[in-house]
Structure formats: structure tokens, C-alpha cells
Design a protein around this ligand. Sequence first.
Ligand code: FES
Length: 83
Amino acid sequence: MSPMNPDAGMPIRITLDPGVYYRCTCGRSSHLPFCDESHSGSTSHPIRFELEVRQTVYLCSCGKSRNQPFCDGGCGFEPPTPK
Ligand code: FES
């Protein structure tokens, strides 16, 4: 799976506990959608994000979002407002 596939029509829906996360942008991670340092030696870098409460998030998988790493509807999917 490529984490930034412009043909992807849906974000990745995932429920996460509070904490710091690193969204893989290179597609090489064996723990997608998160970085496992497989990008080392490339020009790719993960996107860091932090959650203060447990919540369901929608991670962009097409690369069109202007609110990375979250989906902003650029793919045509309308993500629900975070609760
Ligand atoms: S493994 Fe892909 S950005 Fe780190």
C-alpha cells in the first residue's frame, strides 16, 4: 500500500490512544500507516502528529489534503468532525 496514492478514494480510518505518532510518507514501512524508520537514506520524512485524547482520525492516503496527515476531503470523502 502506498500511503500517498492520488488514486486512493478513501482516507485510513483508525482509532488511536493519546500520544505522538509518525505517519509514514514513503510507503516502505512494515507498520503502515506509521513510520518504522524504513525511510532512512531517502528524502522522505514522516509527518509527526499528537493526540491528546483517544479518538478516531482519518489519515490522508491520497496526498491531496492540505491538513496532513489528516484527510480534509480533497479525495472526495467527507471526514466526520472529530469527537
Ligand atoms: S518508514 Fe516511511 S516515512 Fe518513515
